[in-house]
Design a protein around this ligand. Structure first.
Ligand SMILES: Cc1cc2nc3c(=O)[nH]c(=O)nc-3n(C[C@H](O)[C@H](O)[C@H](O)COP(=O)(O)O)c2cc1C
Length: 196
């Protein structure tokens, strides 16, 4: 059984979010072309995640120090570390992505669970063989795709799986045919899903 983790970082409702629509097309195509797959979706905006403050870091460090790996503070990190493949969907917000995704990343970057330090430097411990990032943008992203660049960096930090991404752009530009751009985006997402 292959275990796919879908990190839904879309803020708008699933029925209106264009990023979610692409993720859904990607997952449905993947499921129809691969057998024995379980997809676990986590909708970050529904998790009520808080960014870490000093006392949270202290609590986490203490739990790590005493080897309390069953502590709930590690649940997201353990879930990320054990996924076979990972899909992250997030709209482009202010040149990157909604802050809830950054907060989630704070929760999963745990020394000893998703990565550790060796004499040669940090080494990813997460099992994923592939991590795919889908984003949509109102305008054209140009050479500063900070969301993709950052998630790629995190992917390489936490594991050694292959990173790929899909950015569908220009959806809010007056005069653009957003419907046609989305149809093309869905086709691309489905193509990429087949070889994910
Ligand atoms: C808070 C906010 C910030 C945004 N920032 C950008 C941006 O920096 N660049 C851009 O091209 N579009 C930006 N957009 C437009 C969204 O990227 C675009 O509408 C996207 O398709 C929304 O995805 P969704 O339908 O999944 O919510 C922003 C939208 C919002 C609401």
């Amino acid at each position: 059984m292959e275990n796919i983790l879908f990190i839904n970082s879309c803020i708008r409702n699933d029925d209106v979010s264009r990023t979610y629509l692409l993720c859904k097309a990607f997952i449905e195509k993947y499921k129809s072309t691969h057998s024995d797959v379980t997809v676990t979706e986590i909708k970050l905006s529904a998790l009520d995640l808080r960014s870490y403050l000093e006392n949270d870091i202290e609590e986490r460090d203490k739990a790590l120090f005493i080897g309390d790996s069953e502590n709930g503070i590690f649940s997201l990190s353990k879930q990320f570390a054990s996924a076979d493949k990972i899909l992250i969907g997030a709209p482009l917000w202010d040149f990157s992505f909604p802050s809830v995704l950054k907060v989630y990343i704070e929760h999963i970057c745990v020394n000893g669970i998703t990565f550790h330090y060796t004499e040669q430097g940090p080494e990813g411990l997460s099992a994923f063989s592939k991590l795919f990032y889908i984003t949509t943008a109102g305008g054209y992203i140009g050479s500063h795709n900070c969301g993709v660049d950052y998630i790629k960096t995190i992917s390489e930090f936490l594991g050694c799986g292959n990173f790929e991404s899909l950015s569908i752009e220009g959806l809010d530009i007056i005069g653009n045919d957003a419907e046609a751009i989305m149809q093309d985006g869905i086709r691309k997402a489905e193509e990429l899903a087949e070889r994910f």
